[in-house]
Design a protein around this ligand. Structure first.
Ligand SMILES: [Zn+2]
Ligand SMILES: [Zn+2]
Length: 262
């Protein structure tokens, strides 16, 4: 008696599917009894004989020094039977490969690399042995907006440099819609906003993770002549204010002086 081998199956899921869970259908290899020989493997009208080497058990005891080791019978290869006239349909296997559809429940919160075991859906056992198991390995598809880190989500949020300077409310994406965040006046690139509970609730977690919005301040491009003029005027007015308009630039100028030994 031998247990059938385990099978593995890779399944790609989107971040949304992983967060909400889903009922999936997969096609896996299965076996069905060969009809012409009724699963015996012997050609119609003939029958299989019990293997004389192992008396039908499929295993033999081999002596190795002082030890006795159980091995697969080399004569019948574990089947316990000898088929002198094999069935032409299944070549003596007694079974035929056939695809079957399996319903799989993907639990909410599943993450990349996790495995789901489907008991008994692996390869069939031989000589009455139990079947193996099927393992479904989850591969998380890359998301356009969010990056997952455990139960937390991260996303980049570009804002205009005037919005960054003036502050104001902006909409940020979440897995189930939108959320508003208040950008304070003078926000810099690299600033993070944490939205509690807007991440993913892991398979065994009690609370969902958080969503981190990473702000990048965008330099405006493709300026018109008029906009260039306005920006130059604006820059001149900034210059008059000196370093007070540059939150890190001031300290940086001092560091440079030290670096050059001025
Ligand atoms: Zn045998
Ligand atoms: Zn057959």
């Amino acid at each position: 008696m031998f247990r059938g081998g385990d099978l593995s199956y890779a399944m790609e899921v989107t971040l949304e599917e992983a967060a909400a869970g889903k009922d999936a259908q997969i096609r896996i290899p299965g076996w069905e009894e060969c009809e012409p020989c009724d699963g015996t493997g012997a050609k119609k009208g003939t029958s299989a004989k019990t293997c004389g080497t192992c008396q039908g058990s499929g295993t033999v005891q081999m002596r190795q020094g002082f030890f006795s080791v159980q091995q697969t019978c080399p004569h019948c290869r574990g089947s316990g039977k000898i088929i002198s006239d094999p069935c032409p349909t299944c070549s003596g296997q007694g079974k035929l490969k056939k695809q079957k559809t399996l319903e799989v429940k993907i639990p909410a919160g599943i993450d990349d690399g996790m495995r789901i075991r489907s008991t008994g859906n692996g390869e069939p056992g031989t000589n009455g042995g139990p079947p193996g198991d099927l393992y479904i390995e989850i591969r998380l598809k890359k998301h356009e907006i969010f990056e997952r880190d455990g139960d937390d989500l991260h996303c980049a949020v570009p804002i205009s440099f005037s919005k960054a300077a003036l502050g104001g409310e902006i909409d940020v994406p979440t897995l189930n819609g939108k959320a508003a965040i208040d950008i304070p006046e003078g926000t810099q690139t690299g600033k993070q906003f944490r939205l509690r509970g807007k991440g993913i609730k892991g398979v065994r977690a009690s609370y969902p993770g958080d969503l981190y919005c990473h702000i990048t301040v965008e330099t405006p491009v493709k300026l018109t002549e008029h906009q260039r003029k306005l920006l130059k005027e604006f820059d001149e007015s900034l210059q008059k204010g000196g370093a007070k308009h540059m939150p890190t630039g001031n300290g940086w100028t001092d560091k440079l002086k030290g670096f050059f030994g001025a």
